[in-house]
Design a protein around this ligand. Structure first.
Ligand SMILES: Nc1ncnc2c1ncn2[C@@H]1O[C@H](COP(=O)(O)OP(=O)(O)OP(=O)(O)O)[C@@H](O)[C@H]1O
Length: 857
């Protein structure tokens, strides 16, 4: 509670602060925002501000820190980036006109999930605020990027999936009421996701019914309402740019968990977290920020509908075939600004005159795009153009109203063209007339006084003045001039006549800037009416931008158009890894085929370390993903099934968020695949079992392979160093061995990076260690030990084959009879033979309880 609410201002402060206990309160005082008490202490530390005190005289001075209002954005940004919230408290009336205490109030609560992009670097980033509502049937999820107003909604069955979605979306803030399971809460906190309570809001709000109009699921509606209410109550203004929520089913897209997306480095490198090194980096030839964001979205949600994929492919093909059309479209797209975010700023009320000009220029670029598409003669391109409305009236309205080179600010005038408004022209006439009068006065005063360097000037404090240099002061007519200010080299004077004209000029000026401000706001409101159309146009241009990028990629990087097989078969001719290819010297990537007929589900891949096993596996997944987003793929030819899900266990990329051990992560990822994959899925398993003792690991790997083979049937690439597993080919008909070739020349290992049939003949580990430069002594010792082990392995029973025999049809030895086991087997028989249909629920309960007793005995 307030230590010292002695002054009315501090009383007001404490009152407001009590409503925002979990936010930094930026309290506007004149040209500064001030922070007090704990906010000041903590804020000073984080923002590197000087900590001072209010009213030092008191025994308990209040800690205080301040930031200039001009620079406030960057301070707010820093705090919000760190996961804090900032409540901006403004003076709500002109302090000069206020009677008593200036009225203040919170105009916006900036939170991690509602922070809007600042710099141009953030153009390709989306910042999603996600709202989660639980209920019968799982969880409704709704999320929105406030800067673009897009809203999506979906339903997931359990909280684990909620977390997966939150991580995939890279949400910074989640709005959730109720108890969150402790594990999940911890995961979110580790991922730096702010958890916020839902807000409350009185009154009717058109945004809510508008956004939720197409939703049918009660859970999604609940989540969406909670989302919109939170946005309205933090932003404290109408949000006309919020779009109608688009509901989707997670199963509508190729499903990949957040970990899979990270492992495959779809939008960011797993090691650096940057764009460079990702698939997005290779494919992103988009020319607008909207296109970049959409491409990212597409990559994390590849399609399942063949029809939709083919529609995108058709467009890409058309844009490849019509080179000049594409060039013209690209030229025009370069002039298109971020329509989605401009629409957001218009709705938000913080758009500036220059941005409105950017909008009109963007709209002017649409005409040439449509012309280019229509002139191509291609039916797909023509159809695409036919659906686009270039919003010419909006462009015309802006150009008619705003001058060619307006300032950023709406407060200083010079925004509105001549001829737009009669009153404005009148005020401007008066201002110009007044200024001409001043110029004449300057000339005539020089003549009258004989002072050649007499000047008329202006400053904010004294208004207009006559300036005379020190040397000429004796010539000043004392009866007419009144001295106002003394400078080192000059004196400044005023006359009644001058002040009279000053009043006229200043009045005209202030009226004119006020009017310009109004006219600008009116223009903004007129455009606001068109926001849904502008947003639609933005989406259409973004999609075109991505499709053009795909066409450029295809042509430049020699990608081919994949076809989709009805059966579960893969036939890739000379496939390449798009990212590895891009970083290697041109032409040095060795392409590889991947042919898997309907009857083969597992490729067991062996080969030395560093030979290219991981690359080959990832290549498969990336080609599948590219194909399902509608892009062409890095291969000479490719026929693919449409995969429903992708699972991976690749390398040793630890789960950064969960805090689980490497082996635990490995097993949970394997489990995920075993439990959820279907025969239409793709699984990449790289060295499963490596994280534990050899035999343990090998046994697990073997068992997993057998399960996948017998029960799942998903297309699986399984790389392993357990050479012994290659024997499985003899017992598992749907499994085939392949290996990555390597040869030795003069004791040196040469990687061929070529996939060949059959198992690898040896494992070359020591050679790779040599490449890595390990001391010769270690290498010699390892070679000796290897020889010894190999010799022993040949003479004794090979424990590995023993392990593998666990999966062989017949056991090697009769096990000893075990009375316990026999009792259990009896019980199992009984369970399987019980006919539930003939029993009442009570009887079933009785029976189960009997079984439990027998088990305990
Ligand atoms: N097809 C290829 N053509 C050219 N270079 C390749 C090819 N495949 C892989 N490489 C190169 O070899 C390096 C190692 O490949 P990769 O990581 O796939 O090997 P690996 O067999 O999985 O190794 P490990 O078993 O140690 O994980 C890659 O970084 C890449 O530079």
């Amino acid at each position: 509670m307030p230590k010292e609410a002695t002054t009315p201002m501090m009383q007001q402060y404490y009152q407001i602060k009590s409503e925002y206990p979990d936010a930094f309160l930026f309290y506007r005082v004149g040209d500064f925002y001030e922070l007090y008490e704990d906010d000041a202490i903590k804020g000073a530390q984080i923002l590197e501000l000087t900590l001072t005190h209010r009213s030092n005289k008191s025994a308990n001075p209040i800690p205080m820190a301040g930031v200039p209002h001009m620079a406030v954005d960057s301070y707010i940004n820093t705090l919000v980036e760190k996961g804090y919230k900032v409540a901006i408290c403004e003076q709500l009336e002109d302090p000069k006109k206020a009677k008593g205490m200036v009225k203040r109030g919170i105009i916006q609560l900036v939170t991690p999930g509602t922070k809007m992009a600042q710099g141009p670097d953030e153009g390709q980033e989306s910042n999603y605020l996600t709202s989660v509502a639980g209920g019968r049937g799982g969880y409704g999820l709704a999320y929105s990027d406030l800067s673009t107003g897009e809203v999506f909604a979906t339903t997931v069955p359990n909280f684990e999936e909620v977390v997966n979605e939150l991580l995939s979306l890279r949400t910074k803030e989640v709005v959730f009421a109720g108890e969150m399971p402790a594990d999940e809460r911890e995961t979110l906190e580790k991922a730096n996701i702010t958890i916020s309570q839902p807000a409350e809001l009185a009154g009717q709000h058109a945004e809510i019914s508008y956004v939720e109009q197409l939703l049918s699921s009660p859970l999604e509606k609940k989540a969406t309402r909670q989302l919109v209410v939170y946005l309205l109550s933090t932003q404290k203004r109408s949000l006309a740019h919020l779009q109608v929520a688009e509901s989707y089913e997670v199963g509508q897209y190729l499903q990949m968990s957040n970990t899979v997306q990270r492992n495959l480095e779809l939008t960011q490198s797993a090691t650096t977290g940057k764009k460079q090194g990702s698939l997005f980096w290779v494919l992103d030839k988009t020319h607008t920020a909207m296109g970049g964001r959409l491409l990212k979205q597409w990559l994390s949600r590849p399609l399942l509908s063949k029809e939709k994929i083919l529609a995108r492919q058709e467009m890409v093909q058309a844009l490849i075939d019509n080179y000049f059309t594409r060039e013209n479209v690209v030229d025009a797209l370069k002039g298109v600004y971020d329509l989605e975010r401009l629409s957001g700023r218009i709705a938000f009320g913080n758009v500036n005159p220059r941005e409105l000009l950017q909008l009109s220029r963007s709209l002017n670029a649409v005409g040439p795009i449509l012309d280019a598409l229509k002139e191509s003669g291609d039916s797909n391109l023509i159809a695409y153009a036919a659906d686009i409305d270039p919003q010419e009236e909006v462009a015309a309205d802006i150009q008619k109203t705003i001058v060619d080179d307006p300032p950023m600010s709406t407060k200083d005038g010079n925004i509105i063209r001549e001829g737009v408004d009669e009153d404005l022209d009148k005020y401007r006439g008066a201002m110009n007339g007044g200024k001409q009068w001043l110029a004449q006065m300057e000339v005539s005063e020089r003549q009258k006084t004989g002072i050649d360097n007499l000047k008329i000037g202006y400053n904010r404090v004294f208004g207009y003045f006559i300036q005379v240099s020190k040397g000429n002061v004796s010539k000043v007519p004392q009866d007419r001039y009144m001295r106002k200010q003394t400078l080192t080299n000059a004196e400044r004077y005023i006359t009644p006549e001058l002040k009279e004209h000053e009043n006229l000029i200043l009045e005209a000026e202030s009226k004119s800037t006020e009017l310009e401000h109004d006219l600008f706001a009116k223009l903004r409101d007129r455009i606001k009416e068109h926001i849904p159309e502008l947003q639609k146009l933005g989406r259409q241009l973004a999609a075109l931008d991505v499709l053009v990028a795909f066409a450029e990629d295809a042509e430049e990087k020699n990608y081919c158009r994949p076809t989709f097989a009805k059966k579960q078969e893969i036939d890739i001719k000379n496939g390449r890894h798009p990212v590895v290819e891009a970083v290697l010297e041109a032409g040095s990537y060795i392409p590889n085929d991947l042919t898997m007929d309907e009857d083969t589900s597992i490729y067991l891949i062996t080969g030395p370390n560093m030979s290219g096993k991981s690359t080959y596996m990832r290549q498969m997944a990336l080609i599948a993903i590219m194909a399902q987003v509608g892009s062409f793929v890095p291969a000479e030819a490719a026929t693919l099934p449409i995969f429903d899900q992708i699972f991976t266990r690749i390398g040793a990329a630890d789960d950064l968020y969960s805090g689980k051990s490497t082996f635990m992560v490995e097993m949970s990822e394997a489990n995920d695949a075993l439990q959820r994959a279907s025969s239409r899925s793709l699984i990449l398993f790289d060295e499963i079992g490596r994280g534990t003792a050899t035999y343990d690991g090998m046994a697990l790997a073997g068992a997993i392979i057998k399960y996948l083979h017998d029960k799942v049937g998903a297309k699986t690439l399984f790389a392993t160093h357990y050479h012994e597993l290659t024997e499985l080919e003899q017992t598992l008909p749907h499994l085939k061995n392949i290996h990555v070739g390597a040869t030795q020349e003069n004791g040196k290992l040469i990687f061929l990076h070529k996939i060949l049939p059959g198992p690898a003949d040896q494992s070359y580990g020591i050679h790779v260690a040599k490449l890595a430069g390990l001391p010769r002594e270690v290498l010699r010792e390892a070679s000796k030990m290897l020889k010894r082990l190999e010799a022993e392995g040949a003479s004794e029973i090979n424990p590995v084959s023993q392990q593998l025999d666990l999966f062989a049809p017949a056991p090697i030895a009769e096990p000893e009879p075990d009375p316990d086991q026999e009792a259990k087997d009896d019980l199992l028989d009984e369970i399987s033979q019980t006919n539930l249909n003939e029993m009442t629920p009570l009887e079933v309960m009785q029976l189960v309880s009997d079984w439990q007793k027998r088990l305990e005995d």
